[in-house]
Design a protein around this ligand. Structure first.
Ligand code: HEM
Length: 539
């Protein structure tokens, strides 16, 4: 009897080709048989075996354009295959109503399907964004909300934004950015990093200083070189953290663990992550020590870290808005997860939205004039008088400009959820475990919800027009139980930044045709916006 090995070695090249070809045809036939006979078929582009619609997305060259074109072709509910995973895409407000409801009975709490990569980097049970454990998520989320909504914190945050901005103004002046063009998009993530560092822990990050030094090495910023070097390492580690999450989600476990390239890449990511964890842990421990020495809690600063260390202790400065079910203080590990989340969630988002706001306001002189009018009414003609937290509630038009930018050029184009139970959406039955993709961009650009959706018109958000806005049609901060917990802070920061820029400066595009260049990563990442930062001429 010939063995299997004998049989294999007796095959000619043609035999192998025919065998391989037959298996391939069988695989493809089975794939399309299953595809065309699938339960609840939704409209959508036909996928390729193994890779699904990934090639179509890559070939389009522009993820956002592809999303809008797919919606125009297939309607407001369609399916997309990423590899073999079937995703259901939704782009109409009424379709996402049950998903984004704030009700406790929400069947769409989980953001993404189980993923061994997310488990490996410890995010499935720590922090907020990827936590699948409802109880732990509840703990982190409540603590986050309790600290971020403390009035003392908001007041202090408004001051810190101005401190970071004054720093940036100094660099701009020194570098002559009022006369020569420069890439505003290079500065924004550094500015928001320094600002977030102050707000998060009352500490200077010096990431702007390191960028400034690269422009002006002969006259560096007045910080010790080792501090600037560490700032650079921090911002690089933080930026890499986003790609670490992407790498661990998208790279199959077998490649991560069994191939040499996968193993070395995983190690590189893990080394970076461990450095970031140690860096944050050192800051927490030092702050705990400083707080221990201060007896009177009124002497404490109200940065995010101090609030987290003292919450549910005798030095608690929060207003106990939360449901009262969580009595225990936070451990260093809990605080570390929250700090990383704040740094990871609050820096790039605010930086990119600021780029888009500045661009759209410059492009629309009538909007700029009304914005200025509001700023002059609220702050008067003294262009450098401090902005207080209480002033911000008077900036109604500024608020509308930020929301309209978030509608037209959202920082995140999509939002994810998983169906935890069988459900019905738009008349289609949805199976438990279905990955849902909410097309924020699609909904916010839909003529079904917005008249002239491509037009930049902040008036939509002013009364009485604002009463006509469809529920769930603006999702710049997501919605429902997992809505962005940093949104109030983000609006405080953005209003202060917009006021600081436009009451005193008249930023000008490098050429009339300048547009912000951005790529869709986990957020719409602006990497180029060429400007001159001219001072405002007072009439
Ligand atoms: C312009 C600024 C910002 C934008 C556009 C933004 C946008 C978003 C969006 C769209 C989500 C998903 C919400 C959902 O799934 O429904 C989200 C979640 C989140 N954001 Fe923000 N965000 C911003 C600023 C911030 C800031 C300043 C922080 C921290 C202080 C933060 C922390 C988070 C966290 C922790 C989550 C996860 C929430 C959860 O899963 O329960 N974000 N953000």
């Amino acid at each position: 009897m010939p063995t299997l090995t004998h049989l294999i070695f007796s095959l000619s090249f043609w035999d192998v080709s025919i065998l391989f070809g037959t298996l391939l045809i069988l695989y493809i036939t089975r794939f399309y048989y299953l595809y065309f006979t699938r339960e609840t078929p939704f409209p959508g582009p036909i996928p390729l075996p193994l890779i699904g619609n990934v090639v179509q997305i890559i070939l389009s060259g522009d993820f956002n354009k592809w999303v809008l074109e797919t919606q125009a072709k297939y309607g407001d509910i369609w399916e997309v295959y990423i590899g073999s995973e079937r995703q259901l895409w939704l782009a109409r407000a009424d379709l996402v109503e049950n998903i984004l409801t704030a009700s406790k009975n929400n069947k769409y709490f989980i953001r993404n399907l189980p993923n061994s990569g997310i488990d490996e980097i410890g995010l499935s049970s720590n922090g907020i964004a990827f936590n699948r454990n409802k109880e732990r998520w509840h703990f982190y989320r409540k603590m986050f909300a309790q600290t971020l909504t403390t009035i003392k914190f908001s007041r202090q945050a408004t001051e810190w934004v101005q401190q970071a901005f004054a720093n940036m103004e100094g660099y701009f002046m020194e570098l002559g950015f009022d006369k020569k063009e420069f890439n505003f998009a290079d500065w924004m993530p550094r500015f928001t990093a320094d600002m977030t560092f102050l707000i998060a822990m009352d500490q200077h990050a010096c990431t702007m200083a390191s960028l400034y030094n690269s422009y002006n090495p002969s006259k560096p910023a007045p910080y010790p070189p080792e501090v600037v070097k560490e700032a650079d390492k921090f911002i690089t580690a933080l930026q890499k953290f986003t790609s670490t999450i992407k790498y661990f989600i998208l790279t199959p476990e077998i490649i991560r663990t069994k191939t040499p390239t996968g193993r070395s890449q995983s190690k590189e990511h893990m080394d970076n992550l461990n450095w970031l964890h140690e860096f944050v842990m050192k800051i927490i421990q030092k702050k705990r020590e400083d707080i221990r020495k201060i007896q009177d809690k009124n002497q404490l600063k109200s940065d995010f870290l101090t609030l987290m260390i003292t919450v549910n202790t005798p030095k608690d400065m929060t207003q106990k808005r939360v449901d009262g079910t969580i009595e225990e203080p936070m451990t260093d590990e809990d605080i570390k997860a929250s700090m990383i989340e704040m740094l990871g969630g609050g820096i790039d988002t605010t930086a990119n939205l600021t780029c888009f706001i500045v661009y759209l306001v410059i492009k629309h002189p009538e909007v700029k004039a009304r914005l200025r009018q509001e700023l002059d009414t609220v702050f008067g003609t003294d262009l450098s008088c401090p902005i207080t937290y209480d002033d911000l509630s008077k900036l109604v038009y500024t608020d509308a400009v930020i929301k309209e930018t978030g509608r037209l050029m959202p920082v995140t184009s999509i939002n994810l959820r998983v169906a935890e139970e069988d459900d019905v959406i738009g008349g289609y039955s949805i199976k438990k475990g279905q990955q849902i993709v909410i097309s924020t961009l699609g909904i916010q650009h839909s003529a079904k919800h917005w008249s002239n959706p491509k037009e930049f018109n902040p008036d939509r958000f002013l009364e009485p027009n604002s009463h006509n806005i469809d529920r769930y049609s603006l999702e710049m901060f997501g919605g429902g139980v997992r809505i962005c917990p940093g949104r109030q802070l983000a609006m405080t920061e953005l209003k202060t930044i917009v006021a600081l820029i436009f009451r005193k400066y008249d930023p000008e595009l490098a050429t009339p045709d300048t547009v912000p260049k951005y790529k869709c990563e986990s957020v719409n990442q602006c990497y180029e916006l060429m400007l001159r930062f001219k001072p405002r001429k007072m009439e």
